[in-house]
Structures are given as structure tokens and as C-alpha cells.
Design a protein around this ligand. Sequence first.
Ligand code: BGC
Length: 433
Amino acid sequence: MTGGGHVQNPYAGAQGFLNPNYVAEVKAAGASVGGTLGAKEAAVANYPTAIWLDSMAAVTGGTGYTSSLLDYLNAAKTQAASSSQPIIVTIVVYDLPDRDCAALASNGELQIANNGLQTYEHNYIDVIASDLSQPQFSNLRVSAIIEPDSLPNLVTNLNIQNCADANSSGVYVQGIQYALNKLHAIPNVYNFLDIAHSGWLGWNSNFQPFVNLATSVAKGTTAGVSSLDGFISNTANYTPTVEPYMTANQQVGGQPVRSASFFQWNTYIDEQSYDVDMRNAFIAAGFPSTIGMLIDTSRNGWGGPKRPTGPSTSTDLNTFVNATRIDQRIAKGNWCNQPGGIGARPVANPAAGFDAYVWIKPPGESDGSSSLIPTGPNNPTGKGFDRMCDPTFGGDALNNNMPTGAMANAPVSGAWFQAGFDTLVSNAYPAFP
Ligand code: BGC
């Protein structure tokens, strides 16, 4: 069925695209595990996940990629033929020069110093835009997740050389503006800009500076604030949508919950509260009240046997918070291969101001290798080694010098990690029947 034109919420009334490669991978995983867990794993194949265009070859279908963007769009057309609803394909635009400037596990292929911006614009964004604008795909809806982590890094990580360079060269800003211009010009494409997550930008010192930066980036595009349809938080992260058994400003032992060691005085203890305030701040900055928020719920469920079933009765703040929080990370800054659980299933209009909960990080794909893997068969694109993915690492300033809590024996980012998938499915919340 037709999904053409530009509607207010592209996820409403639409059916999510089922990536045939992911479906096959998940079904094979379920079959190899077998039993109850295997059956649950196979059920993950029923839910839509995003297509990560994490290199030029990911768009054209080069070495290491089973399908090109055109292959995916054709598969979506096939899905549309047997659906009474329009199909929404969610893509992740993720190839800025010196990408992932504050970490190493998802380093990209382009460099600022090596004409990266021109290559990004003409050999990456232009190719995506030309594929998406083919008339044969005009009845699909395409949601574009724009450059996870990029602008947030320009707010908090300028002490890191690669981020300072990305900032002073203007390359992140210009690359994003180029992408927004090209993609917004296609009526059935919807742009959602990444706003990191509450555990990154939730402090006052980061929050408004980020809103100001993202607003000026949007205002500098041809269509201004209209080039964005909304924003996404928690991309590939593990922060719960809601901490159900406490609030940030609740007093325990005479102190607010948010002052506990785990929250470090962050204004927000969960994503939904953060997104509501981000949305309001963007509207105050000049965005229309039609902007919609997305949350990546693919791995923020935190179910399983350790999940609390109610608030602790302790009057000691840290004891209370640690026994009450569903987020079981050692530190909130831990982002690599955490033993979380799949979260809410993708759904449109989950709450006022929210366009959808979506699965951006495909559950089962690694965040990064747990040890150094040299470029070769197990690391074809030369992904780096970030010690936040190493379970033996004691942490650094970005996670309060706490252990990383990363799972052992993980492959490079994007590669299939069966033990991680087993954990995510076992700890899913809601659980799989
Ligand atoms: C990786 C990408 C991968 C994506 C989805 C990112 O962390 O850098 O290569 O496609 O995760 O798994």
C-alpha cells in the first residue's frame, strides 16, 4: 500500500521493514540454540530493525555486505505488496569523516585530513539520496537516523583531539547539513537527528549547549528547522525508557535520588523524561510543535532475574538506588556489550510527543571487540579496539573509573555476537512468550 507524501508521524499506521538478512541471522541463531531460548530468539525475527549504512560499501553492497541499499528498498517494496499498510524503512546515516571521535570501536573509513567531507557528500550522501529518490520507491516511507554521537561529541568531548578537529574544521556540522538538505528534499524521507541519551547530555551544563548547537545546525539548512522531523535518543545505548520505581527528585535519607553515585547529579534518570524536556527545549528554540521523538528500545529492557519488582525500603541513598534501579550497569557511562535485555517492542505513538519506539541497534550485533583484533578475516574493515569493550579494563573519566561490565569474547562492532544475543533475549522485558 502507498506511503507517499509527507505525513506528520511516518511510523503511525505503517509496518516496519523486516530486513531479510537479519531475519535469517536471527532464525539461524534460534535454530542453533534450540529449546525454549531458541524459540524466543526466533521470535525476534518478527520485529523491524534499522539498516546501518556504516560505510560507502554498505550503500552499494560492496565487500562485507550481503545487500545494497537498493536491495533493501526492493525487499521493502516486496513487503509492501503483501501489506495493507505502507512500509517504513529505517536507515542509519553513519559515515562522517573521523566518525566516533571519542571512542575507537566504531571508527569509520573517512578522514577529515583526507578530503573526507567531499567524499562523504558525493560518494556517500549523494548515492543514498539518488537511491531513495527513485520513483519506484516513492510509496515507501524512509526514516533516516542522522549520525549517532556526532554533535553530542562536539558538546562534551572537545578535549579529545579527533573531536576538536571535527569541531574546528566544521566537518561534522557541514556534513550533517548536507545530509539534511539532500534527504529532506525527498518527500517520503524523514530526518531524525541523534541527541545521544540522558546519561550523556542530561546535565544542565550539556543540555542547553547541545540544543543550541543542533538548532543552529538545522537553521543553517535550506529548509531550516523543517529539515528535521524529530529527534532520536538512546541509539545503541542501554538507558531505560522509564525507571519505574523512583523519580529523579525523590528524597531518600534527605537527598535527591539523582545525587546518588550511579546518577552523579544528572537531571534525568531515564530516557522518556529527558526526551520530553529535549522536545520542549527544541520547540522553545524555534522548532514546530509537530516534532516527534524516537527512543531506541532494542536493548534497554533490563528484565531477567535481577530486575527489582519495587522500590527498596532502605533510607541510605546509594543502597536505595542500587536496589531500586532496573538499569543494572556498573556505571551509567558503560556502553559496550552490556548484559541488558531487549526492551519495548517497536510501536508508534507510545506517548504524547513520541513518534515511536524503534529498534535501531539490531539485538545480537556487537558494540565492539573485547580484545584487540588485527585487521584480517575477523576484522575486515579495520575496526579499532576500545577498552570500554574490555571486561578487564578499570574504566576512565567517562565512566567514573568503574569496571566496564562489558561481556567477554565479543567480536568487532556490527558482527554477530551469539552470547550477547542469548543474554539480551533471556533478559528481555517484556519477556518473549
Ligand atoms: C557499528 C556498525 C554496525 C552497527 C550496527 C555500530 O556500532 O560501528 O558497523 O553496523 O553498530 O550493529
